[in-house]
Design a binder for this molecule. Structure first.
Ligand code: FMN
Length: 172
């Protein structure tokens, strides 16, 4: 699958088969994640890879009982480290770049997973403190996204998009 096809055919996956996601596949996904761009190449991120069922359940609970989080074979938690960007870029680094950088990393994960026959969903609705407690992070490391990953159990469910007319302005 080429990059454009991956971008155009990715959809969120919230139901998974029992097929395992091997450590080799996790390694491939991690390499795709850290290939994301970041402001000044500061890479102000940490990645937690969770297979433990108790912790996955805590993540699902912290995300408002989104049970599919606990049902995935592996769950990634992407965190930002605002100070690592803030040291160079001040408040713009802390409050903007560290979020953009970890968002780019999260999208890389979703696209890479799709490209190798897996799927996942970007889960952003959660209580930060509960997720930080579940993965035992200090206050300097802030959870940004929870991404359950596994083999899709169902056919893709394509969500609509606004038309180009609604969102694009050409300025010549
Ligand atoms: C910042 C962000 C937060 C999201 N949070 C959740 C979430 O908490 N739970 C969920 O099921 N989907 C969540 N999603 C997934 C969106 O619902 C999904 O991407 C959107 O409906 C478009 O569908 P598609 O990904 O299949 O194209 C989130 C996506 C983003 C980018």
């Amino acid at each position: 699958m080429d990059t454009l096809e991956a971008i155009l055919t990715r959809t969120s996956v919230r139901a998974f088969t029992d097929d395992p996601v091997t450590d080799d596949l996790v390694d491939t996904l991690l390499k795709a994640m850290i290939a994301a761009p970041s402001g000044g190449n500061k890479q102000p991120w940490r990645i937690f890879v969770v297979r433990n069922l108790d912790i996955k359940r805590q993540l699902a609970r912290g995300a408002g009982d989104q049970e599919f989080v606990a049902e995935a074979p592996v769950v990634f938690v992407v965190c930002r480290v605002p100070d690592e960007s803030g040291q160079r870029y001040g408040s713009r680094g802390r409050n903007l770049y560290s979020i953009q950088d970890t968002a780019a990393m999260t999208q890389n994960l979703l696209l890479a997973a799709h490209a190798i026959g897996l799927g996942g969903c970007w889960v952003g609705a959660f209580k930060e403190e509960e997720i930080a407690t579940a993965i035992n992070t200090p206050a300097s490391v802030i959870p940004v996204a929870i991404i359950p990953i596994g083999k899709p159990a169902n056919p893709r469910n394509v969500r609509g998009r606004k038309s180009l007319d609604q969102v694009v302005h050409f300025i010549s």
